[in-house]
Design a protein around this ligand. Structure first.
Ligand code: B12
Ligand code: SF4
Ligand code: SF4
Length: 235
């Protein structure tokens, strides 16, 4: 069955240099609402370089549109894949890029955490690490991507070793560029919690302010300067 799922992924995810995907063992890592699922597939879709380069000093409408379009695209891709995996007889569940009822936490306003982390599936699939400003930094595209996931109840064997610690090294570019000063500069590893190195409230409040100024709305918190400056993704 592993080989059928791998084949399905190869056939369905475009081999166009704009996508990455990998298989993850999530045993013991998922919230109880995902009971029965212990494995997953992480998928990343690259973001357009010209648009990302253009937000290096602050966000704009083009990035906002790209963010919306990529969410719609990834939703379609993971829904299609989950349906095909279900048709193979393996129970699977598509996890959308943005929060929905499936993983929204009622505690969110107090914690700024939901019940599902796409980035965790990505590190378990060996596709990247968590950077100093809490972005997922993929080996292939740096942080210039959006993520989605699929959960499956079949024991998938990861194709790559997991990545358990940061590869940022001495780089501090995103820490210095962040207008909210949200990151401390401490390096991530799987034992270090988000709140020990990155302040999600500072980020959220600044991103709201920036979104309002650039797009006239502050429902979505759109900033992304930390994505644009990261040398791991820049040409
Ligand atoms: C809530 C949320 C926010 C909040 C809180 C952000 C945060 N970093 O926690 C706010 C509103 C501030 C925010 C802002 C932004 N967000 Co946001 N957000 C989310 C959302 C919906 C949930 C994240 C969450 O619950 N975090 C809780 C913490 C605890 O988990 P985490 O940060 O995801 O990751 C931790 C675990 O994965 C852990 N971990 C990783 N591997 C392993 C392995 C093991 C064994 C263990 C134990 C732990 C572990 O390490 C991390 C740090 O502790 C996700 C989508 C999703 N469901 O994943 C998007 C998501 C994180 N956002 C995203 C983006 C792009 C942004 C913004 C750039 C805004 C924008 N769209 O322009 C900023 C950047 C903020 C930043 N520097 O991280 C992308 C990130 C892409 C990337 N390259 O990393 C995501 C993944 C959406 C997507 N589908 O692509 N966001
Ligand atoms: S999204 Fe903006 S405010 Fe948040 S960490 Fe990145 S640069 Fe800082
Ligand atoms: S800018 Fe540097 S410190 Fe920040 S995530 Fe990228 S590599 Fe890591």
């Amino acid at each position: 069955m592993q080989s059928k799922i791998v084949e399905l992924m190869r056939q369905t995810v475009p081999d166009d240099g704009q996508h990455i995907w990998g298989l993850a063992d999530l045993s013991g890592l998922l919230h109880e609402r995902f009971k029965g699922y212990s494995y997953g597939i992480s998928i990343g879709r690259k973001l357009d370089d010209a648009i990302i380069d253009s937000i290096i000093t602050g966000t704009n409408m083009e990035y906002y549109r790209l963010y919306k379009e990529t969410n719609v695209y990834l939703l379609g891709l993971v829904t299609n894949l989950a349906a095909k995996i279900n048709a193979l007889g393996v129970r699977s569940l598509a996890i959308t890029p943005t929060s929905n009822q499936l993983y929204r936490s009622p505690e969110y306003t107090r914690t700024l955490r939901h019940y599902f982390s796409h980035k965790m599936v990505g590190t378990r699939a060996g596709l990247g690490w968590i950077g100093k400003s809490d972005l997922f930094v993929s080996v292939k595209f740096g942080p210039r991507l959006r993520l989605a996931s699929i959960l499956v109840d079949f024991p998938l064997k990861p194709l790559e070793p997991t990545i358990d610690s940061s590869r940022c090294g001495k780089c501090n570019v995103c820490v210095e560029a962040c207008p909210a000063r949200a990151a401390t500069g401490k390096l991530w590893n799987i034992k270090v919690d988000r709140d020990e190195f990155y302040d999600a409230y500072k980020c959220r409040d600044k991103a709201k302010e920036i979104s309002l100024a650039a797009t006239g709305q502050n429902k979505d918190e759109i900033c992304g300067i930390c994505i644009a400056v990261c040398p791991a993704g820049r040409k």
